[in-house]
Design a protein around this ligand. Structure first.
Ligand code: F0G
Length: 462
C-alpha cells in the first residue's frame, strides 16, 4: 500500500494519479486539475475500493432499477459506488435520467458484416441524444461541488449540447467553443436552445481545443472536455450498465468510434477496474474505429510511435470525429493494450453504407456511430483476405456502441438517400463546391406523386 493509499483510509477514498509510469504523482481530488502539475501528463481518478462486495452490489444495481429515486433512475448514478463521490456529495448531483439506453439486436447489420449475431448499445437515446450525457452528469456535478461559476468545452457539437443542457439544469454559465461551420445543425441548435454562450471559432476542433485549454489554465473557466477525469468517470458507467443489461455475460468484443478518444479511454479504465475488483473474469477486446481522414491513433499504432502522430486538417463527413490531435490518446493506447484490442480505419463510403444498413434495422444514428458497423465489416473482410492481426470470427459475441442520435445530422442522411452525398462540400461565396461523390448503395429516395388515390393504389400493388 502506498503512503497515499494509507492516508486515504481516513481521507476521501479517491485521488488523482498521473498516468505517466515514470511520474505517477498523486494529488488531492478536490483540486481543479486536468493534467499533472509536474509532468503535464493525463490524470486518472484512483479509488480505494477496499470494502466492495461484488454479488451484493450486482444485486443492488438490479434492485435500483425498480426504484423511483432520481439517483437510481439514472443509468450513471445507479452505479454510484464506482463514482468518486461521498454520500454527502450526492446533494450536488445534476441528473436528467441519463443512461438506460437499450441493447438491441441488429440482424441485418449482422448479416451485412458477416457475424452470426450483432448487438448495439444505443447511447444516442440519451436526454441530449449522445453518449456525452453519461460523463456530463458527473462533470457538472463536480463543477457544482467545486463551486465553479463558468464552465467551458471545445466541441464538435455533442459535448457542447450535453454541457449546455446540464449547465442549464445546474444554473451554471456555459461557454462552448465550436469550429465555425463544421458542426451538424442538430447539435448547434441544442447549445443555442440551452442557453450556452456559443463561440464559433474560426478554426477546426483542434484549434478550439488548444484555445479553451489555455484559457482554463489562465482563468476561472472549469474545463469540461474529456481531459477532465470526472467526465471519464461518468462514461465508465456505460460498461457497468451494459454488463448489468447482459446479466454479466461478457461479450468477446466491444466496438467504439474514436475521435478525441475519451470514450474508448473510459471503457478501458472501467474494464481494468471491473476485472481487478472481480466483477468480470473475462475482458472483451476493444476495437476503436476512426475515419480514414481523421486517424491519428491508427497512424500512431501503425508506426509504433511513442508520440502521437497528428493529422493536420483532419477531414471526415462524420463531423463528430473530425479530430487530428485527440487529447486522451495515451489512455486509449492503454485501453487497447489492456484489452488486447486495436484501432482500425474506415472510408467515407463504408461509413455511409453502414449507417444506411443500421437504418434498415430500424436504428438511426449519426455518421460517427456507424463507423462501428463499417469497422466490423472491414475487420471481417481483412481477416478473410490475409492473416490480419485483428481478424473477426463470425461466432464472436460483439456489441457495437452507437454514440449519437440520427437526428443530430439529418442533412447527411437525406443527402445519402437522394444520392447527393459528397466527401467534400464547402460553401464559398454562396456557391457550393462539391467533389468526391459517394455511392448511395442503399438509397431510398422519396417519390413525388400526384394527390390521386388510384395512382397510389396501383403503385403500391394493392
Ligand atoms: N461519436 C459521437 C457522436 C461523438 O460526438 C464523438 C465525439 C465520438 C463518437 C468520439 O468520441 O471523442 O470520446 O473518442 N464528440 C466530441 C464532441 C469530440 O465534442 O462532441 P471520443
Amino acid at each position: 500500500m502506498t503512503k497515499r493509499q494509507e492516508a486515504c483510509l481516513s481521507d476521501p477514498p479517491f485521488w488523482f494519479r498521473c498516468i505517466n509510469q515514470s511520474c505517477q504523482k498523486e494529488f488531492d481530488i478536490s483540486r481543479k486539475l486536468y493534467q499533472c502539475p509536474d509532468c503535464s501528463d493525463l490524470l486518472d481518478v484512483v479509488k480505494n475500493y477496499s470494502s466492495i462486495d461484488v454479488p451484493k452490489l450486482k444485486k443492488l444495481f438490479r434492485q435500483r432499477r425498480a426504484s423511483n429515486d432520481p439517483l437510481d433512475i439514472s443509468g450513471v448514478w445507479r452505479y454510484r459506488e464506482f463514482l468518486p463521490f461521498l454520500e454527502e456529495d450526492l446533494i450536488h448531483v445534476v441528473t436528467m435520467g441519463e443512461g438506460n439506453n437499450p441493447v438491441l439486436e441488429t440482424p441485418r447489420c449482422a448479416e451485412y458484416v458477416g457475424l452470426k449475431r450483432l448487438r448495439v448499445k444505443h447511447l444516442g437515446w440519451n436526454p441530449t441524444g449522445s453518449f456525452k450525457d453519461y460523463g456530463m452528469t458527473v462533470a457538472v456535478t463536480q463543477a457544482k461541488k467545486l463551486g465553479s461559476r463558468v464552465v467551458a468545452c471545445a466541441s464538435t457539437g455533442n459535448t457542447a449540447a450535453s454541457m449546455a443542457a446540464f449547465c442549464a439544469r445546474a444554473n451554471l454559465r456555459a461557454v462552448v467553443f465550436i469550429p465555425e461551420g463544421q458542426i451538424a445543425f442538430g447539435k448547434l441548435s441544442q447549445s443555442m436552445d440551452f442557453g450556452a454562450l456559443t463561440l464559433q471559432i474560426q478554426g477546426d476542433f483542434d484549434v478550439a481545443m488548444d484555445l479553451v485549454q489555455e484559457l482554463s489554465g489562465e482563468t476561472d473557466l472549469y474545463l469540461m472536455n474529456s481531459i477532465n477525469p470526472f467526465r471519464l468517470e461518468g462514461q465508465q458507467t456505460v460498461m457497468m450498465e451494459l454488463f448489468d443489461q447482459l446479466d454479466w455475460k461478457i461479450p468477446d468484443r466491444i466496438v467504439v468510434p474514436g475521435g478525441n478518444l475519451g470514450n474508448s479511454s473510459s471503457y478501458g479504465k472501467a474494464l481494468m477496474e471491473l476485472k481487478e475488483l472481480g466483477f468480470i473474469d473475462k475482458v472483451p477486446r476493444l476495437s476503436i474505429i476512426q475515419a480514414s481522414g481523421a486517424d491519428p491513433l491508427y497512424r500512431t499504432l501503425l508506426t509504433s510511435s511513442r508520440d502521437l502522430v497528428p493529422v493536420k486538417n483532419a477531414w471526415t463527413l462524420a463531423s463528430a470525429i473530425k479530430i487530428g490531435r485527440p487529447i486522451s490518446w495515451k489512455k486509449a493506447v492503454r485501453a487497447l493494450q489492456f484489452t488486447d484490442g486495436w484501432c482500425d480505419v474506415v472510408s467515407e463510403q463504408e461509413i455511409a453504407d453502414a449507417k444506411a444498413v443500421l437504418g434498415r434495422d430500424g436504428i438511426g444514428c449519426e455518421p460517427a456511430s456507424a463507423t462501428t458497423v463499417a469497422g466490423l465489416k472491414r475487420l471481417m473482410e481483412l481477416g478473410q483476405s490475409l492473416d490480419h492481426e485483428v481478424s473477426l470470427d463470425p461466432d464472436e459475441d460483439v456489441v457495437a456502441i452507437l454514440t449519437g442520435h440520427q437526428l443530430k445530422d439529418p442533412e447527411y442522411t437525406v443527402n445519402y438517400h437522394l444520392d447527393n452525398l459528397y466527401q467534400h462540400a464547402t460553401y464559398e461565396n454562396r456557391l457550393m463546391k462539391k467533389s468526391g461523390k459517394l455511392t448511395s448503395t442503399f438509397a431510398n429516395e422519396p417519390i413525388v406523386v400526384p394527390p390521386d388515390k388510384d395512382t397510389i393504389i396501383s403503385m403500391l400493388d394493392l
